[in-house]
Design a protein around this ligand. Sequence first.
Ligand SMILES: [Zn+2]
Ligand SMILES: [Zn+2]
Ligand SMILES: [Zn+2]
Ligand SMILES: [Zn+2]
Ligand SMILES: [Zn+2]
Ligand SMILES: [Zn+2]
Length: 253
Amino acid sequence: MGLGKTRDNPINRSSVRHTSHNHPLRVFKSQEEDQIICSGCEHELIGQAFKCTKSECDYILHKSCFDLRGETQHKSHPNHPLALLYSPPNGLSTYTCDACGEYGSAFTYHCSECKYHIHVGCAFVPENVERDDHEHPLTLLYNTPCKGREDGMMFICDVCEEDMSEKLWVYYCKECDYGTHVHSCTSYEDIEPKKGEEKEEGESSSSTSHIKSLMEAEKEMREMAIIHQLQLDALDAAGSYVGSWEPRRKYYW
Ligand SMILES: [Zn+2]
Ligand SMILES: [Zn+2]
Ligand SMILES: [Zn+2]
Ligand SMILES: [Zn+2]
Ligand SMILES: [Zn+2]
Ligand SMILES: [Zn+2]
């Protein structure tokens, strides 16, 4: 199946291997409307990528994820190097990122000694960011400003208003004591279902309503059958009168 295709389209057909995946990959350019999620960092993928050559396999990596180093020294964890794992440690299906607090199920930078793991995407977040809704630049901290407090007070994200574990990273403005999670928090104003969920919900509600309408149709049919039976019964019962009714009508004419 590959041969004909190769002759038709000779550009970028050479395949490459990546140790994270056991099929060959090839260069791919993803468009925004493709809505593809990278199999490494689990972020949306637009632009240069490597995609699995098998048509039934949707494994795909950002070029930057393809090129990730197997080991990195990270400022957030100065005592040990972090090793790149292609799946969550210890055979689990997910891990919790120590930077953003969200689950991960694909690549992670990991310290086995400290059980510290961060998303590969979180490993490269900028050290300073600006937010439209805050007048000062925010600086990345590798734990919340409440870390080590003896009164146990927890830091609350100023965007999503959730408590943050003290070890999570924060984008922080010291001047205002304003801070946010590293991931893009869903604030109360813009809670909207993710596209995938929305679709699922749509599907399930339409299948529920489908079942409902089936049930209604069945019920209707049963009712109709009962009515029909009642009519038959009534006719049967009326049968003896038929003779007397019809002539009466005729009398009226
Ligand atoms: Zn990626
Ligand atoms: Zn594959
Ligand atoms: Zn993370
Ligand atoms: Zn460590
Ligand atoms: Zn938040
Ligand atoms: Zn500020």
